[in-house]
Design a protein around this ligand. Structure first.
Ligand code: SAM
Length: 180
């Protein structure tokens, strides 16, 4: 079984966009408790590689190298880069979401900051043609972020999986064709 309901969202996105191929190198940000990592490790197989990270610890998963810590801290970024052991990355995905206070003026900038950092990491590590998938909340900063994605990728698609609650402001942005 899967560790979280989030797995079903990723399976839905994969069914639509064929995110994974055997042998791929994938970074999974905001990975706890590990639902997305399970799906990714399964799909990339033993020749692939999954590097996952979260604030919270996760139980060990076969085929997944895990880095625990706050992604806004420089040393966590460095430990993720080190775990890649020089591999170029095919897919960077982020399901990170800050702890919501319920106040949009606080939550939205924090959420945007996390996806900004995820995009920075993607720009540093993706191979040409690489892909990026991120959970983003609609609101202040969303349009600017979309524009930024469009400047680095050939194509950007907005996805709202069935498994994502209808009324929530979360959507997934899928960007393909990384060109720096
Ligand atoms: N994709 C996961 C799965 O399939 O099990 C679920 C992810 S959950 C919706 C969001 C995660 O983002 C939480 O585990 C949370 O700890 C993490 N997160 C929030 N802020 C973070 C930060 N600053 N650094 C790292 N992870 C963070």
């Amino acid at each position: 079984g899967y560790r979280s309901r989030a797995s079903y969202k990723l399976l839905e996105l994969d069914a639509k966009d064929a995110l994974f191929k055997p042998g791929m190198t994938v970074i999974d940000l905001g990975a706890a408790p590990g639902g997305w990592s399970q799906v990714a490790a399964d799909k990339v197989g033993t020749k692939g590689c999954v590097v996952a990270s979260d604030l919270l610890e996760i139980d060990t998963l076969a085929g997944v190298t895990f880095v625990q810590g706050d992604f806004t801290e420089m040393d966590v970024l460095e430990r993720i880069l080190a775990a890649l052991e020089g591999r170029r990355v095919d897919l960077v995905m982020s399901d990170m979401a800050p702890n919501m206070s319920g106040m949009a003026a606080i939550d939205q900038p924090q959420a945007m900051y996390l996806v900004e950092l995820a995009l920075d990491l993607a720009r540093q590590t993706l191979s040409p043609g690489g892909r990026f998938l991120a959970k983003v909340f609609q609101g202040e900063g969303f349009d600017a972020y979309l524009k930024e994605l469009r400047s680095s990728f050939r194509k950007v698609t907005t996805r709202k999986p069935e498994a994502s609650r209808a009324r929530s402001r979360e959507v997934y942005l899928f960007a393909e064709g990384f060109h720096g």
